[in-house]
Design a protein around this ligand. Structure first.
Ligand code: NDP
Length: 352
């Protein structure tokens, strides 16, 4: 599906960011404001609107609006219709492993949320591009097993369906299905409908990295799901076992945010999907790197089996096309952990 844009979406265009209080979205908003875009963030309630304004205080180009129901196109039209935005970054979707009613809590908000924003964009004639935050989960085929010979790229598709999500055995499987079904629904919408905008799909691996200073959660329980995985690996204690790695592909949040903004600017990106990943990792690597660069926390970070790596036991990833089209470069694990791990320990200290 080719791009519809004659030129990229450049500052000072007005960009809608859904779920603006989220971990990745806070960085997207920061990059957009820094580059001179005007931003409308959407959140679920007034308290979250106030928090987003505080996170980006001092920036005049930011408005935050409340959209309670992300599955209802009309709710977007009512609030955004008259503001003439040029583009949307759609990040709002559940990412947690706490759901018990998978259809209500995961599948409906992810899948109907994905098509509702497209339906609204179809009716807001100023919108020229929608960038959706999908996932490596919509690329990865868990049924193929560890497949050490396989290199996943944005050309691969998860076979998971809506029904797989509803009937999933566990919450992580339901989450993976929610991302796969949401992305498939978005591309189907684009095929079925003649619209005046194009779609870019970004598929990040596990996203690690720091919070903006004003958006640091008050409690460890309030930390987003992917950084919870870092915390679980690095806080168990020196002699504790290193927990098994879940989703062994990672990327730094700041690179993800920059990729979102590039996805607005690069004409050629329209109609394509991109894998966002530095590469594969395992929890032993998180521990080894953190023990080396953050010796101060050595009594909390498991020693495990230093140097042991899982990467040869499973698939790899290729992001050549992402680098070529979006021009993104990937921060190192050292940089990512150096910036987030002290924040996580500070959050824990604040709880004491
Ligand atoms: P966060 O949990 O930090 O943010 C999620 C955002 O979505 C929040 O604004 C949240 O609002 C909103 N949201 C969640 N459920 C609903 C719902 N039912 N109705 C309305 N809004 C909702 O997650 P991330 O920043 O990590 O993730 C952002 C996006 O990136 C998601 O689409 C996620 O699937 C995707 N992604 C994330 C990865 C990661 O490792 N972090 C990896 C790959 C993809 P509220 O605060 O009100 O709940």
């Amino acid at each position: 599906m080719p791009s519809l844009l004659a030129s990229g979406i450049e500052p000072p265009a007005l960009v809608v960011v859904t779920g603006a209080n989220g971990f990745i979205a806070q960085h997207c908003v920061a990059v957009l404001l820094r580059e001179g875009y005007r931003v409308i963030g959407t959140v679920r309630n007034q308290a979250k609107a106030a928090a987003v304004k505080k996170t980006h205080k001092g920036h005049t180009g930011l408005e935050v609006v409340v959209i309670e129901d992300i599955t209802n196109a009309q709710s977007y039209l009512d609030v955004l219709g008259h503001l003439s935005p040029a583009a949307v970054l759609h990040l709002a979707a559940p990412f947690h492993y706490k759901a018990t009613d998978f259809e209500r809590e995961m599948m409906i908000p992810a899948v109907q949320g994905s098509t509702a924003i497209l339906e609204a964009a179809a009716q807001i004639k100023s919108i020229r591009r929608v960038v959706q935050t999908n996932s490596f989960a919509s690329i990865y085929d868990a049924s193929a097993g560890l497949s050490p010979e396989k290199t996943y790229s944005a050309r691969d598709w998860s076979p998971l369906t809506y029904e797989d999500g509803v009937k999933a055995d566990n919450a992580p499987a339901a989450y993976r299905a929610s991302k796969a079904a949401a992305e498939k629904a978005a591309w189907k919408f684009m095929e079925d409908r003649a619209v005046g905008f194009d779609l870019v799909s970004l598929c990040p691996g596990m996203v690690f990295g720091p919070f903006l200073p004003e958006a640091k959660p008050a409690t460890i329980a309030g930390v987003n799901t992917s950084n919870q995985l870092v915390w679980a690996s690095l806080s168990a204690g020196r002699d504790a076992p290193v927990p098994p790695t879940r989703g062994p592909v990672w990327v730094d949040v700041r690179d993800v945010a920059e990729a979102h903004v590039k996805a607005l600017q690069v004409v050629e990106a329209g109609g394509s999907r991109f894998l966002l990943a530095n590469g594969v990792y395992c929890n032993q690597e998180l521990c080894d790197v953190s023990r080396r660069v953050l010796p101060k926390y050595g009594d909390r970070i498991p020693v495990g089996e230093p140097g042991k790596r899982d990467s040869h036991t499973h698939f790899g990833v290729s992001t050549t096309e992402t680098e070529r089209v979006l021009g993104v470069q990937w921060r190192s694990l050292e940089e990512s952990l150096k910036d987030v791990v002290p924040q996580l320990f500070e959050i824990e200290r604040g709880e004491a």
